[in-house]
Design a protein around this ligand. Structure first.
Ligand SMILES: [Zn+2]
Length: 275
């Protein structure tokens, strides 16, 4: 029994044996300690993670101990096992130890078929703190490149689906509704109607002031609104149905970028009834 257990450790597997009553003993024994009956001989892989059921802290490890720093001897019930295995838990601060603590084995680099093939168990990592900063450079593909080249010229390019007649802006190669290809671009005016908006109170370097308004604008002739900033009007005066026009940066400053549009500003036309 114990030979099989140790041999499996060499392959970084932990096995138990099933009793006649269906319990899994880890480490495996010849006889079920509860009934005295011989076990079945069926080996079952368990763990490798488990749960600490109880422990004894060792503040000053001795020469024969598996670790040279304070650790705990613990009873660890591996996942799938019905009995607990004694092993060392390297949890650092003893205050971290508690019953129910989830632990994972740390394997020896060169397993040889001994219980020390598992160097110790360590607390399961459930979260990490990582201060990550990422910058994205979006590479415009076919349709988006065409659209941005239009923006560089001061034109919104959309596309009409031949089948359902919906007009999409920005230009896209296929209709998301019926899946048909959209072969041609369609120039749309830079005027539209605010369909919905939000007043934002957090500063944004692109915004004219704080608070500022971001809105969905249905460009004239299109069926899908675009999101943009609203400027040249106090935030509290912005409303649904308000007519707006894009405010472009001067031509020499334009690039193939949405930064060409500062924001949309009211045209002064009467509001449009909401559909
Ligand atoms: Zn369509």
């Amino acid at each position: 029994m114990i030979g099989r257990f140790l041999s499996e450790l060499r392959g970084r597997r932990i096995v138990g044996v099933r009793t006649k009553e269906g319990k899994v003993l880890v480490p495996p024994l010849e006889y079920d300690p509860a009934t005295g009956e011989p076990v079945t001989g069926e080996f079952v892989e368990v763990g490798p993670a488990g749960t600490v059921t109880t422990w004894a802290f060792v503040p000053e490890p001795g020469a024969g101990h598996p670790l040279d720093r304070p650790f705990a001897w613990a009873l660890i019930k591996l996942d799938g096992a019905d009995t607990a295995l004694v092993h060392a838990v390297d949890a650092g601060d003893p205050k971290r130890l508690r019953a129910g603590m989830r632990v994972w084995p740390v394997w020896n680099d060169h397993p040889t078929g001994q219980i020390t093939d598992i160097s110790c168990f360590v607390p399961e990592v459930t979260d990490i703190v990582a201060n990550v900063r990422t910058e994205y450079r979006l590479q415009a593909g076919g349709a988006l490149r065409v659209f941005l080249e239009g923006i560089e010229r001061g034109v919104f390019l959309g596309g009409r689906c031949d089948t359902c007649a919906k007009v999409y802006v920005p230009y896209r190669l296929t209709c998301p509704e019926c899946g048909n290809a959209i072969p041609e671009t369609l120039e749309l005016p830079d005027t539209g109607t605010i369909t919905t908006f939000a007043i934002n109170n957090l500063p944004d370097p692109r915004a004219p002031e704080v608070p500022f308004v971001s809105a969905y604008i249905l460009l004239d002739g299109s069926d899908i609104p675009v999101i943009a900033l609203i400027g040249d009007v106090p935030a509290h005066e912005v409303r649904q149905g308000m007519r707006v026009r894009a405010v472009w940066v001067p031509e020499p400053e334009r690039t193939a970028s949405m930064a060409n549009i500062r924001w949309f500003a009211p045209t002064g036309e009467p509001d449009v009834e909401q559909p």
